[in-house]
Design a protein. Sequence first.
Length: 123
Amino acid sequence: MVEVLLSMSFDNSIKLNIKCDSANSPLTSKEIVDVLPIHGRGIKRGNKIVLPSSKTIHVKPEGRISRFNPGDVSINPSNGYISIHLEETENSSRENKIGELEGDLAVLNDLRMTSNISIEVAK
């Protein structure tokens, strides 16, 4: 599987790359890439940022996990919401891991409760 690198921007000012976990979730990675670009309004909820997508994303449960590390990016197969985990997290539900944010996650601490978020293929 070819490594996929995505770019995630927050309020058009903060940019971080997502290194996709294509080995554990190849179909999820492919579906995400196929629907790009994704735009939406992310909402800070406790220890994560949740992004209801502007597009319908259909993924089946694949390589699902419930324990996440800071910087992990996942998608909930039941609703297509993408989550950016800011702290070590144990979810009550299992999600497909998309990949991991690369870079300094501390820049996300200053985001407002809601932020415009875009995801596209990194250039």
